[in-house]
Design a protein around this ligand. Sequence first.
Ligand code: ZN
Length: 159
Amino acid sequence: MKSIYSAALLLVAPAAMADMCRLDVSATDLMRFEQQTLQLEERCSEVEVTLHHTGRLPANAMGHNWVLSKTADVASVANAGSTAGRANNYQMPGDRRILAATKIIGGGESSTVRFSTAQLEPGTSYSYFCSAPGHLSLMKGRFVYNSTASSAVAKNLPK
Ligand code: ZN
């Protein structure tokens, strides 16, 4: 069904990047993400996530990143990231459990990561979080990729 839907979209607007979507997420000096859930429509074959640090504190005091993994992997990915250190953006190099991630940024900065949704499996729970040491307990959210999620879930507009 998905390929048929995509083909129909292409007939309507052949020049448009119909399956490329964009999500924005903000992080603050109060060690929070402003969005608790990010929802991606099923038609999105690629997604560009941009993390905005809306605070003022520098990266060495209140640096944040945006890391996506299976919910079941969050704690172990964050632990490995703490060991990897700031020089590696608190991400263990080569950690295949990290599905997508931005670098660590400070107040006023932003960082974007683009990835394919082909690696996301239906029926699997995904979460995003900040892997800076001590941030995980306050900085995590659900990443929902399907077309039937509750309308109560906040939606970002497609690009
Ligand atoms: Zn953080």
